[in-house]
Ligand binder design. Sequence first.
Ligand SMILES: Cc1cc2nc3c(=O)[nH]c(=O)nc-3n(C[C@H](O)[C@H](O)[C@H](O)COP(=O)(O)OP(=O)(O)OC[C@H]3O[C@@H](n4cnc5c(N)ncnc54)[C@H](O)[C@@H]3O)c2cc1C
Length: 225
Amino acid sequence: MLKRPSILVLGAGYGGLTTVVNLQKEFGTDAADITLINKNEYHYESTWLHEAAAGTLLPEQVRYDIADVIDTGKVNFVQATVEGIDVDSKKVSTDNGEFTYDYLVIGLGFEGETFGIVANDPSLYEGTIMKQPPTCNFVKAGMINYTRQLASYYGKRGVRANCISPGGYANNQPQPFVDAYCKRAPLGRLLGHEDIKGAAVFLASDASSYVTGHNLMVDGGWTII
Ligand SMILES: Cc1cc2nc3c(=O)[nH]c(=O)nc-3n(C[C@H](O)[C@H](O)[C@H](O)COP(=O)(O)OP(=O)(O)OC[C@H]3O[C@@H](n4cnc5c(N)ncnc54)[C@H](O)[C@@H]3O)c2cc1C
């Protein structure tokens, strides 16, 4: 008697879950050993994640339990994080043990890409409760244009108006944020108190007597990346 093939599906996202649902439709109970591995016990609708982030859908509305989708008589679900795949020995290592396979389906997802567009990068806050509230950007952008308005309005009266745009200010933020920020920042660190003083002195002194309506970036190169 032939050995039943063992099919290992990694990831219960769109690809993995579709594969498993189709396999369980195609195969009878004894046709194959099918194992699905996913790090969460739920599937999330990645195309709706922005709705949950914006608060237009509740988190519970964009995800559902994997157990509600799979036929447990045909598919064995294992909650685990995949740590390595050894194709030569047909083994997958996870934080919940090692798995062998005859056929492997890898559906562990995508990597984010910004396509060079400068925009908020929420991954900076991963592993923390920090967020980027929209009001923060609104106020900062408004301040720059307000500075330009002040400069144009008061210039003829001998008043200059400039502003400083600091990068991330070191303020006891959680370590995952600090690590992610420093890894990305061209100068490799957060802004300190001393960093901003020179810029303020320059703008407030005659050394910048012909500078007005300017936004001086003191961001360690953050906005050039
Ligand atoms: C906001 C948003 C909107 C989108 N809109 C569209 C659209 O309109 N049209 C379109 O075609 N595409 C869209 N996409 C892209 C689409 O969601 C992805 O292409 C698709 O989800 C990829 O499917 P996947 O099965 O490869 O991975 P995913 O659906 O990401 O699933 C990966 C699964 O693997 C799990 N996993 C990851 N790493 C591990 C690990 N190490 N161990 C165990 N489990 C792991 C994850 O938890 C997840 O369950 C959108 C994406 C986003 C974020």
